[in-house]
Design a protein around this ligand. Sequence first.
Ligand SMILES: Cc1ncc(C[n+]2csc(CCOP(=O)(O)OP(=O)(O)O)c2C)c(N)n1
Ligand SMILES: [Mg+2]
Length: 336
Amino acid sequence: MATRKSARKPNVSADELKSYYRDMLLIRRFEEKAGQLYGMGLIGGFCHLYIGQEAVVVGLEASAEEGDKRITTYRDHGHMLACGMDPKGVMAELTGREGGYSRGKGGSMHMFSKEKHFYGGHGIVGANVPLGAGLAFADKYLENNRVTYTYFGDGAANQGQVYETFNMAALWDLPVIFVIENNQYAMGTSQKRSTSTPDIYTRGEAFGIPGEAVDGMDVLAVKEAGDKAVAHCRSGKGPYILEIKTYRYRGHSMSDPAKYRTREEVQKMREEKDAIEHVRELLLSGKHATEEDLKAIDKEIKAIVNDAAEFSKDSPEPDAAELWTDIYADVAPQNA
Ligand SMILES: Cc1ncc(C[n+]2csc(CCOP(=O)(O)OP(=O)(O)O)c2C)c(N)n1
Ligand SMILES: [Mg+2]
């Protein structure tokens, strides 16, 4: 592993740094396990892994307060784990079991937690952006001083509804952070081929929304930017845009021909920019942790992920009667 010299000194405590390491590692190992279960046929349908992007959500969650909300796209497992949802419930939803967050009926892209203020999990590109502004509208109306983190991708950023949302969010000074996770690709289309202006964060200018670009492979930079954005929103100044430059190591979803980028490109990012390795180096070089401390964290994470995988296999499939719950229509089951 090539060493990366951090441009910044950690401005957080050793315990915080360790918790970022732990939380990013949990996401990475969870996603690796999900990939394995998919390969074994235990997970079906769509499944989009977050490997490589861990620092984005962990850095931003570190800037959130109890009661703040989050809403994201289909690449959502990391967001759920980072806001404290139970890995067992997430994994069991992936395997379509009763113990899953949507009782096995939602799968990878459709999970929610009222308790953790996690509003999904959305499969339609761009569609969660107006919903995020809606959540922020409710908070503003209720005057509860909460902020909503609305995550979407570089591809989604080219959708018309994003700009309708920017307009209204700015007009009404809504407390929403628009988080653009720019991983440089929208399925197999690179940003260079799809996007007229590469600095997406500047697109708020037309609406009077401030924004900035952030190194998404540096969890400390993300946390710092998150703190600034949250302070802006909480003080009543309206929305803020964070364009977080990141990279996904795996394919778009579990089926991806991977012809749109070279192996060398992916390898280079992994070797030179990996966010988990970065924090590992900071912990060791700053003598905030020993190799043994980190091994103990690795072991703890491995056990959590293995337990989640076991639970996701042992939990029963939902009863057929579940088909008639959580639906809008009030109809009785039909006898065949
Ligand atoms: C409205 C709509 N159009 C197309 C799709 C198919 N689709 C799914 S993901 C995706 C790419 C989105 O890329 P990006 O916003 O960069 O997010 P990323 O997958 O990189 O996280 C597309 C086109 C969709 N789900 N919804
Ligand atoms: Mg993308």
